[in-house]
Write a protein that binds this ligand. Structure first.
Ligand SMILES: [Zn+2]
Length: 269
């Protein structure tokens, strides 16, 4: 299975349009540090899919050789979108795909329910079909726009995609996830924050990383290092020291044999 990393940033991207933090300012000064919203393109047995539909999705599709349209004038190899959750930075790209003739969306039932307004908007443009994704629940955190919806285990999931497990948001590390990780040839997981206090220390939130639904890297890297397959962090927030290529934290991960995913990376599994 071939996959391409289409983006590696948490919500807002790096740089975020309204942010002058060191990470965002550094990315403005050094375009090589820019990161699009976290996403993957995957070639599955039945076609090509994008994992999460970000605000950057059109540019991300353009950046991926196996998603190039053709040979007909309006033919695309993109069969659909697989969602880890219903957060806006993972779903508003669905609206950007309104030119598609048909699109399959795979998610949990609760995410599908939350996205009813999207389905209503796209009705008349795209023939949407829905299917279940192969998921492991990793957080019950609802998007803010769905605060009135019932709590449920399917709000945030890790995805099993053949030999890959993709978990860009991970509030917990349950046994079921551990079993999937142990069997995977590659895991790409939540690297939103380096440490639990980072969101409070940098002033972007009154909550810790864990309270925001993200296990920090400091809490997962030792355990991750013991897995047999290839291991990468993604979904970096712009406050994460790893957005600076010179940060010493890169060495700590390299010593554990863990990579930081980069936009454009192609992985064959
Ligand atoms: Zn910033």
């Amino acid at each position: 299975m071939r996959l391409q990393v289409l983006g590696t940033a948490a919500g807002g991207g790096v740089p975020q349009w309204n942010c002058a933090c060191p990470g965002c300012s550094g990315a403005r000064a050094h375009p090589g540090r820019r990161r699009r919203h976290a996403s993957l393109a995957v070639q599955l047995a039945d076609g090509a899919y994008v994992v999460n539909a970000t605000p950057d999705i059109a540019d991300q599709i353009e950046s991926c050789a196996f998603l190039r349209p053709g040979p007909g004038p309006r033919e695309s190899p993109l069969k659909g979108v697989i969602l880890t959750d219903a957060e806006l930075d993972h779903t508003i790209g669905l609206l950007r795909l309104r030119e598609a003739a048909a699109l399959e969306v795979r998610s949990t039932p609760v995410v599908r329910q939350a996205l009813r307004p999207f389905a209503d908007l796209l009705h008349g443009y795209v023939k949407l079909s829905w299917a279940d994704a192969d998921t492991i629940p990793v957080s019950g955190k609802r998007p803010r726009y769905a605060a009135g919806s019932p709590e449920a285990p399917g709000w945030v999931s890790a995805l099993r995609l053949g030999p890959l497990v993709y978990a860009p948001a991970m509030g917990v590390w349950p046994d079921e996830l551990d079993e999937a990780f142990l069997r995977a040839a590659c895991v790409i997981v939540d690297g939103t924050f380096w440490d639990d206090e980072e969101p409070r220390r940098t002033g972007i939130s009154t909550r810790t990383a864990t309270q925001m639904g993200h296990l920090p890297i400091e809490a997962t890297m030792e355990r991750l290092s013991r897995l047999p397959g290839r291991r990468l962090y993604t979904h970096l927030n712009n406050t994460n020291p790893l957005v600076d290529p010179a940060a010493e934290q890169h060495k700590a991960l390299a010593e554990l044999g863990i990579e930081v995913a980069a936009d454009g990376m192609v992985i064959d599994l």
